[in-house]
Ligand binder design. Structure first.
Ligand code: 5GP
Ligand code: ZN
Length: 116
């Protein structure tokens, strides 16, 4: 999808500060971090949102969930992290290419950066 921002990041047309890559996924720093650590984990394949994933995407879903603790460990989030998938515009999704937010190292333990 040439008009999709995250597909353009996957293609290297838009730079991103990558922290993770495997054959199916990339992880990179969010451009407007909501916590001291805020990275996005996305599939290389375009899928609009988690809502649009089904049985045919089971392998990809498993890969995304499986990569989250790998990234969390790599990023030093031993105190914990939040894994968020805003799904649909009504629920805060602004980029229509499925992604997980991985957030951590909140300076104020009461401020988790997103509504619960
Ligand atoms: P959403 O609101 O769809 O759940 O999350 C989209 C995220 O993408 C936002 O946190 C936003 O800051 C981030 N974002 C938007 N444009 C860019 C960009 O060009 N580069 C990076 N690294 N992140 C972006
Ligand atoms: Zn895309």
């Amino acid at each position: 999808m040439t008009n999709c921002l995250f597909c353009r990041i996957v293609a290297g047309e838009i730079p991103a500060n990558k922290v993770y890559e495997d054959n199916q996924l990339i992880g990179f720093w969010d451009i407007a971090p909501k916590a001291p650590v805020h990275v996005l984990l996305i599939p290389k394949q375009h899928v609009s949102s988690l809502y649009h994933m089904d049985d045919s995407n089971q392998g990809l879903i498993q890969a995304m969930i499986g990569a989250a603790p790998v990234l969390a460990k790599q990023l030093g989030l031993s105190d914990g992290f939040r894994l968020i998938a805003n799904t649909g515009e009504a629920c805060g999704q602004t980029v229509h290419h499925v992604h997980f937010h991985i957030l951590g190292n909140f300076t104020d333990s009461g401020d988790t950066g997103f509504p619960a």
